[in-house]
Design a protein around this ligand. Sequence first.
Ligand code: AMP
Length: 702
Amino acid sequence: MADSAQNTGDQQQIHQRIQQLRDEIEHHSYLYYVKDAPEISDAAFDSLLRDLDKLEKQHPQFFDPASPTQRVGGAVATQFDPVRHAERMYSLDNALDLEELEAWMDRMEAHFGRFVPVVCELKIDGSSIALTYDHGSLVTAATRGDGTTGEDVTVNVRTVRDVPLQLSKAGLQGIVDVDVPIEVRGEIYMSKASFEKLNLQAEKEGKPAFANPRNAAAGSLRQKDYHVTADRDLSTFIYAIGNDAQIRATSQWELLEWLKSCGFHVNPDVKRCETRKEVLDFCKHCLEMRDSLAYEIDGVVVKLDSFAQQHELGFTARAPRWAIAYKFPPEEKTTLLRDITIQVGRTGALTPVAELDPVRVAGSVVARATLHNSDEIERKNLRIGDTVIVRKAGDVIPEVLGPILSLRPADAQPWQMPTLCPSCGSPVVREEGEAVYRCVSLDCPAQAKERLLHWASRGALDIEGMGEEIVGRLLATGKVRDVADYYTLSEADLTNLYMDRVNKEGEPIVLGETVGHKLKEAIDGSKERPFARVLFGLGIRHVGKTTAEMLVKAYPSIEALTQASVEELSAIPGIGEVIAESVHSFLANETNQQVIARLKAEGFPLAEEAAEVGEQPLEGLTFVLTGSLVESGLTRDEAGEKLKALGAKVSGSVSKKTSYVVCGEAAGSKRTKAEDLGVPILTERQFLRIVDEGGIPSDLSA
Ligand code: AMP
């Protein structure tokens, strides 16, 4: 008896200690991530976290999903489930200049008979997020989606340090009925500094860079692996509530106060304005200080302060009538046009590129911008040495608007298209009626590089990690000349590939085992892409993704497509004569035919998965094959074909989504991974039974 009482006492003490640690850590987290005013060192913070983690592991009965140790925890998301928002997430109407903003204020004034107070907030350029708290605990985080239904990104958002997992006591007191969950809303964003760091890293790894911090934030939020999100250094500003009747506040201003008291990160640059002039001055002030902020903003949101007045005006189908977003004009910067260089594209087009003194525009540093063609350069009257105005079209694509002629130096150089291809030295031609100059040599290495990169790009065969540097080295070492060569590379070819760099000790760097292995898996995995993506990946002139899909719909196999005449092709809805000509001549070209034949030999089906096939007993199942199938003597590709014929998907890498891993002799890392993930493993004999019996025998089904 005495023992058990003692035990209960100990347990209570431990639980108390755990609670204290959790409170303490959340408090310091808040000071650090929200207030930006830490009171203890990082090392002390880590030490508290470690103490808590240890205690929780020793006493799993006190597990709590809201514990600060659980920011990174739980299962990796394989997909994002839909979440219906408790209240619709509206968009905002825009005022594209101060006049439009004044017109909105006119309407408000006309409605209320006077100027009613408004709250002006910065329009944070990130991705909107809705956070649901039940009895003060974060239960769901969702993206906006279409406004009615978003995606569940809870696991990822939990890793964002300034999102409270638990609302403060003071915050809870502001809620009308704590038994009803509340949904707060805000923006998740990436700071300029973290964005630059991320892009620098991407560049090093040969991965594509993000166009701006907004895309980076949205992309990071939707990572399948939350560890990636955790590494991305995202932050939030919270500024709204789904249903304002749930809290005691009666105005936007009070709402912001309440959000702060809950522990949310609330933007400090807000102003409650009682006159029009205050609003206009605030907007101008924000435009001026825009560059000095640590994060991107794209305007100012003006909201009626009083909730009662907001309700009076209500919503249109798209947006609240009681708020407006004043959008900043597209940012324009001036910089020096240092040079105009030529880029040779995969179809041989020579594109002049402006080489600029790096300048920060709309979220990222711009050092190059396409000038499209020589007519464009003439039209814009550009000369090397000019000071030019630069902006980003749609906030993404850098664009040179034109020179400032008064700043043109006397020795500014006019520019001319070269007569020889800068990559291979072949003569350059310009076809009748075309703006573009082209290198028509089939052996041009610049074209080969672009074709190889295009094939590996995300929208095409999506070979992750196959970036500029690696493709450049594969070409330079003669290991790869065309896209079919990718599939003849062994893992050793990749692992031992020398980069054009040396390490600190001055020794040449090789790609290494980890990257080499991953890349090989990515190459193998790319064989699973549908025919339309392969067709797009071939880089036929004028054939984009949608065109490729239209072609495949009409001609579901490479054989059928190759046999189609120009007339037949141009009879497909949406395919004009120019595209038809281009497809026909590409497929008739002997070199191209050889590449296609080799792809086929490598296991590319080059046909849309036949719709007319009968039984698909393995539909919905994903298999991975590894090791050698010595008993049957089948290659892995042949074995894969047999599974596909029964409706299965065959993948190159093991994940939680894999249904079965078939392990032949000398199966390696994929087997280990399957064991780690608990994915069922089949022997070759069992695989052969599946093929023989045309389905999973009952004694094998998982
Ligand atoms: P838009 O996407 O241009 O229609 O603008 C609407 C979006 O602006 C909203 O969905 C929010 O994600 C975002 N936003 C950024 N800052 C604010 C803010 N302070 N108040 C309201 N919305 C904001």
